[in-house]
Structures are given as C-alpha cells and as structure tokens.
Design a protein around this ligand. Structure first.
Ligand code: UD1
Ligand code: UDP
Length: 392
C-alpha cells in the first residue's frame, strides 16, 4: 500500500537538508511524495529548489519584507488547513527549527495528521539561544510521532524529555547527503564575482588565505552584529595575507551594517547569497569560517575547515567535542583574538583542522525512508541506528 508523505519547508537551510530526502522518497517503492513550500524565504529558497530541481506541489508564498515571527506563524497556519485537506498526508514531514517547522507541525496536529521531525533533538537548554529556534524544536518535539535524530546526543536529549525510544531513529544529518557531489577541484563558480577571483586551490598550501563569513541569526542582529563586523574589519586590516568573502543574507538588518562597516575594502568581498554548490566549493577552499549558521557548522568538518562560531551557545556539540568548531561569541576583541590565533599558531590551527564529520555518512535520507516504511509496516525490520564513535 502506498502512503502519502507531505514534506513542508520554507527557508534555505530546510530546503538544502530536505532536498536529498524528497529525492529518496520520490525513488521509494511504497511512499508517494508531495512538497509544500511556505516560502518563508523567497529568493534564497528558490535558489535551492532550482539546484535540486524540486517543483513544489504547493507554494504558500508567505514572505514579506522585515516579517515578524507572528506574521510568519499566522500566515502559514491560516494556509495549512487547506493544504492538509487537499494533500491528504498520511505523514507530514518538517525539518529543524524554523517558524515554518513549528507552524506546519502545529497545523498537522490540529488536523490529527502524524508528524515526522527531521533533525530532531538538538538543544542548547536556553530558550532564548538560539531564538526562537530552541523553542520551535522543543515544541515540535512534543508534537511529533517520529523523531529522526541526527546524532546519538540528539537522541539522548529526546530520551531525557520522555520521548519513547521506539519513536526515535538515529539517522545522521541529511546535510551530509547534500554534500556528496558538490565539491570539485576544477569547479567553475556560477557567481560572477567568484568566477573572476583567483580563489585558493583545494589541494595545495596557499599564500593567500580565504576567510568565509556568514552571519544572520536574530540574536546577533543590532549591536552584536556590528561588534562582529568590527572584529573582522580589524583582522583584515592587520593581516594582509587574508581576504574575506561574505555572501550577505537578504535580511536588510544584516545588509545595512555589512555594507556600512565592511563595504569598500579591497580585501573584503560582499556578494549576494550564493548558490549552494558555489557556497560548498567556497568553504572547501577556505582557511577558516566565521559564522553563526547552524548548517555550516555541520558542513565544514567534511572539508577539514575550522569554524569560529559567532554565538554564545551552540547545539552542535559534537563539533565542539571533536574540536573542529570553537565557540567564539560575538564580541569584537574575542572575534579578533580567536581568528588571529588561527592565523598565527600553526599547532592550534592543525588541532582544529579535522576531516572526520560527526554528523553523518551521506546515507541519512535512506535511513529516514526506511524508518517511515517501518512505521507504516511496509518493512518488518527496524532500521539500524547510525552510531559512530566520537559522537558522545
Ligand atoms: C530564519 C530561521 C533561522 C534560519 C534562517 C536561515 C526562523 C525563526 N528562523 O531566520 O533558523 O537560520 O532563516 O537563513 O524561522 N529575506 C528576503 N529574501 C529571502 C529570505 C529572506 O528578503 O530570500 C528577508 C525576509 O523578508 C525577512 C528577513 O530576510 O524579513 C529574515 O528572514 P526570516 O525568515 O524572517 O529569517 P529569520 O527568522 O531571521
Ligand atoms: N548557504 C548557501 N549559500 C550561502 C550561504 C549558505 O547555500 O551564500 C547554505 C550552507 O551551505 C548551509 C545553509 O545555507 O547548507 C545554511 O543556512 P543558513 O546559514 O541560512 O541557516 P542555518 O543553518 O543557520 O539555519
């Protein structure tokens, strides 16, 4: 018997991490796939849909300039009843911790549709960090029937909250599935600015050092983001061998200070958000990455590139334990100090450069499809959890 799986997502990171799963559901024997995008993001979502050639069955087109959390939540909620009645899901899949994730899950609950949560169980334990993502994933954790935890640590968080062990599957993170084919040594960048730059090569030691910057989190907007940018500016001024590439998020609250503080510097290049394949090839060529992004913390270890996390707390603790990421925070002096240490202390740099990715092996989507088949009794054997050493 075929079961109808409706995947709902709306932002860039959800799309990148759901794309391999949508593909795997499409190719499965017993599951029928439908994709609904809320378009909480517009241009940045469309870039990913184009890359993975996903044509949504429904597009709720909710994005507004400078949208508030309440606006996104109410607009998505009001449109979801109609989606559920026309799409008739046997299971509704959401990903991660965005406003789209929480609202789509709430709507599925109101309509008594079972919910599968991809990338379940990430926690910092602080309801305001990251804000509002920590509460979004907590709330979805309470609503979901199936929890696809990327790591053993995420599973343990769910168990400690009383989620039954039978409902949790440790799968790895689908972000690693999405990385499989993107990085190539002779890659041609589609972004015009990047295509015309002499970027460092993947293989040899390079005299010029590329630093990739990506900052957009709500809790960093305002003074913290200005402080981060000031630290980066001082770094570039003091180290002539580096240049910084910053694909600036479309949020005007990021763009304005970025252009004001970092614009018009010969070794700081500001671009529009990059197509994901360009971005993967960029980080693979980077000496280090400075970011508050969640997804980038999970991608960078695949390339052995150290990450300074521009937040005070992270839920990606596996990278912290392994030493591939460092919690730098958002103060000017600390940003400067940690980054300059990576540039001057070779031993320190080499301890952070680690090629083992604790977040997955590229087969998370397959495990999730198997878990869904098991849930619907299409297969008898429960899929094995993804257990790697060094996760806990
Ligand atoms: C959201 C997610 C966050 C994720 C981030 C990814 C929530 C609560 N947070 O952040 O977890 O890390 O997306 O980027 O859902 N904008 C455009 N064009 C676009 C995308 C955004 O103009 O393609 C503008 C929007 O109009 C909006 C602003 O950027 O005003 C921020 O977008 P929004 O989805 O509200 O982002 P966050 O909530 O900050
Ligand atoms: N990314 C991208 N283009 C860019 C910057 C980032 O495609 O210019 C990708 C990146 O590879 C990662 C994802 O966006 O997979 C992370 O999304 P984001 O940082 O917006 O959100 P978060 O992960 O913090 O929720």
């Amino acid at each position: 018997m075929t079961h109808r799986i409706v995947s709902v997502f709306g932002t860039r990171p959800e799309a990148i991490k759901m794309a391999p799963l949508v593909n795997a559901i499409d190719n499965s024997r017993n599951l029928d796939s439908s994709v609904v995008v809320t378009a909480q993001h517009r241009e940045m979502l469309d870039q990913v849909l184009e890359l993975f050639q996903i044509k949504p069955d429904k597009d709720l087109d909710v994005m507004k300039k400078r949208q508030s959390l309440s606006e996104i939540t109410t607009n998505v909620l009001l449109k979801m009843d109609e989606v559920i009645s026309s799409e008739k899901p046997d299971l509704l899949l959401v990903h991660g911790d965005t406003s789209t994730t929480f609202t789509a899950a709430l709507s599925a609950y109101y309509n008594k549709v079972p919910i599968g949560h991809v990338e379940a169980g990430l926690r910092t334990g602080d309801k305001y960090a990251p804000f509002p993502e920590e509460m979004n994933r907590n709330l979805v954790g309470s609503l979901a029937d199936l929890h696809f935890a990327p790591t053993v640590g995420a599973r343990d968080n769910l168990l400690s909250e009383g989620i039954p062990t039978d409902n949790i599957f440790v799968t790895g993170n689908t972000v690693v599935d999405a990385l499989k084919t993107s990085v190539q040594s002779d890659y041609k960048f589609s972004d015009e600015k990047l295509a015309n730059l002499a970027l460092p090569s993947l293989t040899s030691d390079n005299d010029t050092k590329l630093v990739t910057l990506e900052v957009h989190r709500r809790e960093n907007l305002g003074e913290p983001i200005e402080n981060i940018f000031k630290g980066v500016k001082k770094l570039v001024d003091d180290f002539p061998e580096i240049f910084v590439l910053f694909p600036v998020h479309r949020n005007p609250a990021v763009r304005e200070p970025a252009e004001r503080i970092l614009g018009n510097h010969e070794r700081i290049i500001l671009t529009d958000p990059l197509a994901t394949r360009d971005f993967h090839n960029l980080i693979a060529r980077s000496y280090m990455i400075l970011t508050d992004s969640g997804g980038i913390q999970e991608e960078a270890p695949s390339f052995g590139v150290p990450v300074l996390v521009l937040r005070n707390k992270t839920e990606r603790i596996e990278g912290l334990r392994q030493g591939t990421i460092l919690l730098t925070g958002n103060e000017t002096d600390r940003v400067y100090k940690d980054a300059s240490r990576l540039l001057t202390d070779g031993e320190f740099y080499n301890t952070m450069k680690n090629r083992q990715n604790p977040y997955g092996d590229g087969n998370a989507s397959k495990r999730i499809v198997d878990a869904i088949d098991y849930f619907f009794k299409n297969i008898d054997t429960r899929p094995k959890d993804y257990l790697v050493t060094g996760q806990d």
